[in-house]
Write a protein that binds this ligand. Structure first.
Ligand code: NAP
Length: 441
């Protein structure tokens, strides 16, 4: 490192779980980071809402005037670690307009406004990095934007929400129902006071939008992502899953699909799905995340690790900080937004996958054949069918349950089949419909 290298000024917005860990790393690893960058980092200020409290950083660094901090002439790089969408969006746009490079972990914002932020960064010729926005510490944005820049990505599928993975892992391991597994997750700090964003799949959908945009060189927003959460999953679903040598995971799936007319489309979707126990994602338990990328030349790659938490997320943020700082010192810029492919978004009805359908039926002859006939009439081919008696708490027979596993079929055909099944006199209710992912048939 040259003795005369000018310091790189850093502003951190937010001093919560992530921001406080980032500040700690910047201070505790100052010499190493300076050697890697070629110039020292200097923390110019930390933006928070409450400046008065004892925040563990020198009081003179704290400010609640975000606009003044991001426009300071001695700040080169702004780390946005406040969330949620606003005031983060305004702060980032202002920082960029003042010529600062920006690092953000804000998936909610990026899944709505990545295009706007990227255009602003392009106009100002600054960097915009966001490795921490998907799967915390796990490097997945950089592999997609850089390591796989010469390949063609076909599919990105992952477990990108630790809260729901913890809940589903608990349900599988202990037989607990959804509500008690959620209560456990809350008690251990894995679930927010309002868990809606996690359990209803909004957080995973935001990450799916970010991954799909990068993987397929197409702008995909959270509104383009089909989404279902896990709150309807029951212990009976896990019993059925085990009988099929599967478990249940909330998956974010981003896929390049080709229509019957030969046009390429992007599908981005989030839903709970049966996953065979032999699939690598089935072994990802607790609050861990994993992302499997399938590319034409590279084949299958898997990334696994801690998808959230202050220190793991700070690792990804600090990695981006080093990249942005190196660019400041050595010249050059990181990868820009790539949206040249502009693929249309495939509606969920166009997706083909396999399905598990369970229904409570009258226990009488002919029911199985009438159920099978509905699948056949909608051209959904059955791979496996099971019928079992259902008993009440005292062991008295009260009906029967039919479980059907299909071959690959279009979602639209399956939806029509399920509607027709629900109308059959012999079907008391369609208890559960889940997709089966991770098999080739
Ligand atoms: P957090 O613990 O709630 O901290 C948020 C910080 O931002 C607080 O220090 C807060 O100030 C500050 N802040 C919020 N609104 C502000 C405003 N209007 N003006 C000034 N400061 C404001 O959040 P976090 O968990 O660190 O998450 C930060 C970001 O990282 C979010 O975008 C989140 O989605 C993302 N992220 C988090 C994780 C994780 O595991 N936590 C993982 C990946 C990505 P006060 O302290 O004064 O209230």
């Amino acid at each position: 490192m040259s003795d005369t290298a000018s310091p790189v000024g850093v502003a951190v917005l937010g001093l919560g779980n992530v921001g406080s860990e980032v500040v700690r790393i910047i201070e505790s690893s100052a010499d190493d980071l300076a050697a890697r960058i070629g110039a020292p980092l200097v923390l110019r200020g930390v933006g928070v809402r409450h400046v008065s409290a004892d925040r563990g950083v020198p009081a003179e660094l704290l400010t609640d005037d975000i606009e003044a901090l991001v426009s300071r002439s001695d700040v080169d790089i702004v780390l946005e670690l406040m969330g949620p969408v606003e005031p983060a969006r305004k702060a980032i746009l202002s920082a960029i307009a003042h010529g600062k490079s920006v690092v953000t972990a804000n998936k909610a914002l990026l899944s709505r406004s990545a295009g706007e932020l990227a255009e602003a960064a392009e106009a100002a010729r600054v960097d915009l990095y966001f490795e921490a926005s998907v799967a915390g510490a796990i490097p997945v944005i950089r592999p997609l934007t850089q390591s796989l820049a010469g390949d063609t990505v076909e599919r990105v599928a992952g477990i990108v929400n630790g809260t729901t993975n913890y809940i589903l892992s608990e349900m599988d391991a202990t037989g607990a129902d959804y509500h008690s597994a959620l209560a456990d997750a809350s008690a251990l700090g894995y679930a927010e006071a309002d868990p809606t964003a996690d359990v209803e799949g909004y957080d995973a959908a935001a990450k799916a939008a970010i991954l799909a945009s990068i993987a397929f060189h197409t702008r995909v927003t959270a509104d383009d992502v089909y989404r279902e959460g896990i709150s309807n999953i029951t212990p009976a679903d896990f019993t059925a899953a085990r009988a099929l040598d599967c478990t249940i995971k909330l998956l974010a799936i981003c896929e390049r699909i080709t229509t019957a007319a030969g046009q390429q489309r992007v599908s981005a979707r989030v839903y709970p799905a049966l996953v065979p126990l032999s699939h690598p994602l089935a072994t990802v338990n607790g609050a861990f995340n994993a992302v499997v990328v399938e590319a034409q030349a590279a084949g299958r790659l898997m990334f696994y690790g801690q998808g959230a938490g202050g220190a793991p997320t700070a690792s990804a943020v600090t990695g981006d900080l080093v990249m942005a700082a190196r660019n400041r010192v050595q010249g050059g810029r990181g990868p820009r937004e790539s949206k040249y492919a502009q693929l249309a978004i495939a509606p969920i009805g166009d997706i083909s996958t396999r399905y598990y359908v369970s229904m409570d039926v009258a226990d009488k002859p002919g029911v199985l054949s009438s159920v099978a006939a509905e699948f056949a009439s909608h051209e959904v081919s059955i791979a496996e069918v099971r019928q079992e008696g259902v008993i009440d708490d005292e062991g008295k027979p009260i009906g029967a349950r039919i479980v059907v596993v299909t071959h690959r079929a279009p979602e639209a055909s399956l939806s029509k089949t399920v509607a027709a099944l629900a109308d059959l006199d012999s079907v008391q209710r369609v208890a559960s419909v889940l997709r089966l992912e991770g098999t080739d048939q």
